[in-house]
Write a new protein. Structure first.
Length: 180
């Protein structure tokens, strides 16, 4: 084989390899977001239009679970929980949640905790990992507190694909709103 043909084959192999490696790490951009509104519980949140919405009755604090796909392993989801928490503040509610995770999650590892504002409300964003079965998940939970009610808005995905969902979870968190 000539050197020119060998060089072309090597270049094509390199391009193919790079496209496989970087193609699997791409950011997932949904074509459209829609708003889920729960008038009974008083909130709304945006999510990709092709995700499945469930309103489970158990546990009673979980008000909506929005899944990328309902069946299969390694679910990617957005969830909203509402907790009656008289006597708590945003900070104490968040610490209660972190203590619960530390005591009840296998291989819980806190990554970061930051303050932010969502819907003109002070919030605390907590990022952590935990292992469920053979899969390590990376989770972002945003805790908000309104009067005597604590809210947890959660996004989770397998750790290996977490960064590819950044646009989705940022949009969901930033769209979360309490109905007035």
């Amino acid at each position: 084989m000539s050197k020119k043909i060998t060089l072309i084959i090597i270049i094509l192999a390199a391009i193919t390899t790079l496209s496989i490696i970087f193609g699997s790490c791409r950011t997932l951009e949904p074509s459209k977001f829609v708003t889920y509104t729960d008038k009974e519980n008083g909130f709304s949140i945006d999510h990709p239009d092709n995700w499945k919405v469930e309103t489970p009755s158990n546990p009673p604090e979980l008000k909506v679970a929005i899944y990328e796909k309902k069946v299969g392993l390694n679910p990617v989801s957005i969830m909203v929980g509402k907790y009656e928490a008289p006597g708590y503040s945003l900070e104490s509610f968040t610490e209660l949640r972190k203590d619960f995770l530390s005591d009840n999650s296998k291989d819980y590892t806190s990554i970061s905790t930051d303050k932010l504002t969502i819907d003109d409300m002070q919030a605390i964003k907590h990022i952590y990992t935990e292992t469920v079965g053979p899969t390590t998940y990376k989770i972002v939970e945003v805790c908000l507190f309104d009067d005597k009610t604590g809210w947890i808005v959660r996004f989770n995905s397998p750790e290996k694909s977490f960064d590819s969902y950044k646009t989705i979870y940022d949009t969901a968190f930033n769209s979360f709103s309490l109905l007035k």
